[in-house]
Design a protein around this ligand. Structure first.
Ligand SMILES: [Zn+2]
Length: 113
């Protein structure tokens, strides 16, 4: 197991907070913890409606990718808790620390990703 996984835990926690903050700006959370992109009402004019839809579509995409990233981070934090952090989910080998430094939430080694 990695000896200095505390630094990864710190970075993952920071990243988790940052993403949750971003998500709260553009989405609301339902009772199951899923984020739903918010539809902002700008007004009744035709241009207003067009930019509402445009904005909503953009928010949908961002919400989705942020949520996916958040899931990976939460999973990585769980792995730190149960001592399986830093192992590739496919081949079970240790993920090189250099890769984790670049991407602490990485679930796979470079070969398996
Ligand atoms: Zn692997």
């Amino acid at each position: 197991m990695l000896e200095n996984f505390n630094q990864f835990k710190e970075r993952l926690t920071e990243e988790k907070n940052r993403i949750e903050m971003e998500l709260r700006k553009i989405a609301s959370q339902d009772s199951e913890g899923d984020y739903k992109a918010e539809f902002e009402d700008y007004g009744r004019e035709r241009e207003d409606n067009a930019s509402e839809v445009e904005n909503y579509t953009a928010n949908l995409g961002v919400t989705e990718s942020l949520e996916r990233e958040l899931e990976k981070i939460i999973l990585a934090l769980k792995k730190i808790e149960n001592g399986t952090y830093g192992k590739c989910e496919k081949c079970q080998k240790d993920i090189p620390e250099k890769r984790l430094e670049v991407y602490p939430a990485a679930p796979h080694c470079v070969e398996c990703q």
